[in-house]
Design a protein around this ligand. Sequence first.
Ligand code: SF4
Length: 385
Amino acid sequence: MSFHSELQSLPIKELSYIAQNADTAAVERALSQAHPSLADFAALLSPAALEGPALKRMAQRAHDITIQRFGKAIRFFAPLYLSNECVNACKYCGFNRHNKIHRKSLTIEEVDREMTFLHDHGFRSLLLVASENPLKVSNSYLCQTAMLAAERFSEVCFEVAPASVEDYQNLVKAGAAGITVFQETYIESLYPKYHPSGPKSNFKWRLETPERAYDGGMKKLGLGILLGLAPWQKDALYLAAHAQYLLKHCWKAQIGISFPRLRPHAGEFMPEHLLSDRQFVGLVCALRILFPDVTMTLSTRESPQMRNRLFPLGFTSVSAGSHTEPGGYTHEASSLGKDAAATTQFEVADNRTPEEVSAFLKTLGYEPVWKDWEQSLSFTEKASF
Ligand code: SF4
C-alpha cells in the first residue's frame, strides 16, 4: 500500500482536534512517553504546549535527543541551482512560469564553474536544485551534473522534478545519493489552488516520489512542507505520518525533513497561514521528540537571529551563503557578465557567509561538518556519540 492510500485513512480530523484542544495533562503525557505516538505529537503542537511553560521542557528534550543521536555536529551543504526555467505555475514561487523574470539554465561548463566555487569554499555536500522543465532539465543532463559532482563532492543529492524509478536508477549510477521532494502541502483539497497547471498539479505522482526514488536505489529521502500554504498543524501531522511511513517501508534509507516558512519572492502571493516564531520553535521541538533519528534541515529562509536560536534545537543540516538563482555563486566573475544573472527563487534572510555561520556554531560548541559524515559512520556508531 502506497502512502497515498495510507493518507486517505489517516484520522486527521481526530488528530487535528487534539492539536487544537489538548489540555496540559495530555501535553504532560506526551512529554513522558519514550516513544510518542502521532496523537502525542499532535498534543505537542497544541496551544497548551506552545503557549505555556512546557515549551521550555520540549526545547530541552529536543536538544538532548539531538546531542545524543547526532553529537554536537551540524552538517553544512550548499544548494546549486541549475535552472529557473519552469513549466509549472506554483502560486508561491518566484520561478512560476507566468512571472516575468530573468530565466536561465546552466550549461555543463557553468555547472562546473559553480561546483569549483563551492568546492573551493569548503563544501563537500551538494544539493542540485532545478525547476521542472523536461527540455532544459532532462534526466541525461541531470546525470551529467551528478557525474561531475561525484568527482569532487562526498555527497550529491537532488531537489528536482519527480521522476520515474528508471530515471532514479540512472541518477544513482551517475553518483546521486538522495533526493528531496517537497509535497508543499499535504492537504489534497488545497493542493490544486497552489498548483493550478503543469505536471506538478498531479498530487499523487508527487506524493509517491520518495517511494519511487527508494525503488530506484536512493539512500537518502527528504520530505518537506512549505509553511504558510495551509493550516500548519495539519500539514505537520501529515508530514509526520509520511515520515513514519517511510521509516517503516523504506527502512534502508536515511529519512530527512524540511519545513521552511515562506519568504518574499517575485510575484504577488501572500501566505494565508503564517505561524509565529514561538509556534515554529514548538514545531521543531515536537518533530525532534517524535523522530530522534531523522535529519532536519534549516534553510537560509530564517533570519540570523532566529537561526542562532534554532541551531541547537534539533537541526542536523544547514545551508549558508546560499544563492537561489542559477549561476549565483560565480556570475559576478563570469565572462558572460550580466547575462548570467538570473532571478532568485526567494529572498535569503540569513546573508552571513558560511565562515560566519561556522564561527558562530563554534561559539556554541558545535563542530561544523562540511562533508557527509554519515558515509563513514554506521548507525550504531552514530547513536553512541
Ligand atoms: S516551486 Fe518548483 S515547480 Fe513550482 S514554479 Fe517553482 S520551480 Fe517550478
